[in-house]
Write a protein that binds this ligand. Structure first.
Ligand SMILES: [Zn+2]
Length: 575
């Protein structure tokens, strides 16, 4: 008898099956298909489902319909076929009944496994949504099965059916013949009509966790006799995001790449990184360390290194977010379980970082990255957006936390451009021009009182607010620019060294560039001024009009935290 070539009933396998042809001479079978679980015990991460189903089968309480739901790639179709086998298995001796442990060798088990049992009918509702499709499928529903115990209808992505198709299906579901079972699978359970749901036993397939996936992949590569680094397996598990099928198709790709090489090579972490366009983990730690220590040049260099190495800007920001999240968790619970994708070195480094960084800094980093992620996603040039996010973080790294500022303010130590704590007073607002060329003056003294480290640019002015920038321009007799900055420009964000503005109508096109250039010249520190499309705050001019009523303490806090809003006023005892 001639062996049929593999008939691909599963459209999803087909979409992932671009590797099929790679080594077609040796009939390479994609891993997801080759290692499709053939027993309930082999279904990983679905303990609850397996237990319930086992109970139902052993107690003989078999529902007419089963609804399998879960994200793509968790094994819904595989489970559906397993159920089909469990219901139809007749055992090695041909006398057995429905069993939670289908034998795998009887004629029913075999032909279902090969997708060629005439009583097991499969339909993908994603491509066949109409009433005629469902009618065709259900045509033979009245007739008894040819060779199996039950006629089984498997409808994948059932939520895609049209209303009419659902109604046609419902008629059969309401009064199903004894010999018929339905197994539905869906990624979007909410779109399935309640009338259908209520007639089915529902099973929620859980996303498979990383350690289980990594373990699964590890076992498979062992059987395939392929050498894969442990860290590489971890990366694949992470990228698979809960889906065994997705992970296995990545593995397929890696294997076909490595077998294409002259000598059979070990599949390394680096290979997988390259393949997936992932940022290098060690570089990521370096990047975050540079950002947190306020080192803008190193940070930007590291970003472009990763970019050159193939990491997308979005992935870089995402990875940083993940890192910050992990560090924050580590800070709260140092014993939290080890992420399967982390090496020991990474972990040790993370522990030190988490210890050093205050919680306030971590949460601020998280917020900035989260905002930056959506900016990067929407930006016409994502790399530029990602760089801006990084710079914004770099320049806020030497910012005191809100709690620190308030404490200092209450101790009469204003973080304005004053000299020493004795000399500075609350009445001194940042509208005062920064003392230029004032010897032992501003930045280092300020840094000392705030307990933060700042680069030393003694004897150079260092504007700490946008209004100080405007003053600086006036002082340098750049009257035209000063006027634009004051009357037209709306400030979006200000951090030392980085200003984001909405230039307003009528401003000269090179306003931002000129401003940045002159500031850099005058302060001896690199200033970047960039144009963003956000609305920004009122112009300095408009603000000054409304400023009369402002309280000096409140105002200085607002200056220290551009974009901050007063939400509540409480009076506390000062110490
Ligand atoms: Zn069997």
């Amino acid at each position: 008898m001639d062996q049929p070539t593999v008939i691909d009933h599963n459209s999803k396998d087909r979409s992932h099956g671009k590797n099929d042809g790679v080594t077609s001479a040796s009939q390479y079978k994609v891993l997801a298909r080759k290692y499709r679980p053939t027993t309930f015990a082999a279904l990983i991460g679905q303990d609850v489902l397996v237990r319930t189903l086992t109970n139902a089968i052993t107690s003989g309480r078999l529902a007419h319909g089963y609804m399998l739901t879960g994200v793509r790639g968790v094994g819904k179709t595989t489970t559906a076929r397993l159920i089909a086998r469990a219901l139809n298995c007749i055992g090695e001796d041909g006398k057995g009944g429905p069993t939670p442990e289908p034998c795998g060798v009887c004629s029913n088990c075999m032909s279902i496994a090969q997708d060629r049992h005439q009583d097991v009918l499969e339909m993908d509702a994603a491509s066949r949504t109409g009433i005629d499709d469902i009618r065709e499928l259900l045509e033979g529903v009245r007739y008894r099965p040819v060779s199996a115990r039950y006629k089984i209808y498997i409808v994948d992505e059932v939520h895609m059916l049209s209303d009419k198709a659902f109604n046609a299906l419902l008629k059969t579901l309401e009064e199903p013949p004894e010999h018929v079972k339905f197994i539905f699978a869906t990624t979007e359970i909410r779109k399935v009509p309640v009338t259908v749901l209520s007639r089915c036993q529902r099973f929620d397939l859980r996303r498979i966790d990383n350690p289980s996936l990594k373990n699964l992949f590890g076992n498979i590569v062992k059987q395939e006799k392929v050498n894969v680094e442990d860290a590489a397996l971890g990366l694949i598990a992470r990228a698979a995001d809960g889906s065994a099928r997705d992970g296995l198709s990545i593995l397929d790709q890696a294997i076909s790449q490595s077998s294409g090489m002259a000598t059979k090579q070990v599949i390394t972490e680096l290979m997988i990184r390259d393949m997936l366009g992932l940022a290098d983990r060690a570089l990521l730690f370096d990047l975050f360390a540079a950002v947190m220590s306020g080192n803008s040049k190193t940070a930007l260099d590291l970003v472009s290194d990763q970019y050159d190495a193939g990491a997308s800007p979005l992935v870089i920001i995402q990875d940083l977010l993940e890192l910050v999240h992990w560090l924050t968790r580590l800070k709260v619970a140092p014993d939290s379980p080890i992420d399967a994708t982390l090496t020991e070195t990474d972990r040790a480094r993370g522990v030190v970082m988490a210890e050093k960084l205050p919680m306030a800094t971590l949460t601020r980093a998280w917020q900035m990255l989260l905002k930056g992620l959506s900016e990067t996603r929407m930006a016409p040039m994502p790399m530029q957006a990602a760089e801006m996010v990084i710079l914004r973080m770099v320049y806020s790294a030497d910012f005191p936390s809100p709690a620190d500022v308030i404490k200092k303010l209450q101790n009469d130590e204003m973080p304005s451009a004053g000299t020493t704590s004795e000399a500075s007073s609350l009445s001194q607002t940042s509208n005062n021009p920064p003392p230029s060329g004032g010897g032992s003056g501003t930045p280092s003294a300020q840094a000392k009182t705030l307990g933060v480290t700042q680069p030393k640019h003694v004897s150079m002015p260092r504007p700490t607010s946008f209004s100080e920038v405007v003053t600086l321009f006036a002082e340098h007799r750049e009257a035209t620019l000063a006027t634009y900055l004051k009357r037209s420009v709306r400030l979006v964000r200000f951090t030392s060294g980085l200003i984001e503005i909405n230039p307003g109508r009528g401003s000269p096109p090179d306003l931002a560039g000129q401003t940045g250039k002159l500031l850099t010249e005058w302060t001896g520190q690199r200033w970047l001024v960039s144009v963003v499309s956000e609305q920004g705050e009122e112009t300095i001019y408009d603000q000054e009009l409304a400023q009369a009523k402002s309280d000096p303490l409140v105002k200085s806090i607002l200056d220290a935290f551009p974009g901050a809003k007063i939400e509540a006023v409480k009076h506390t005892e000062s110490d």
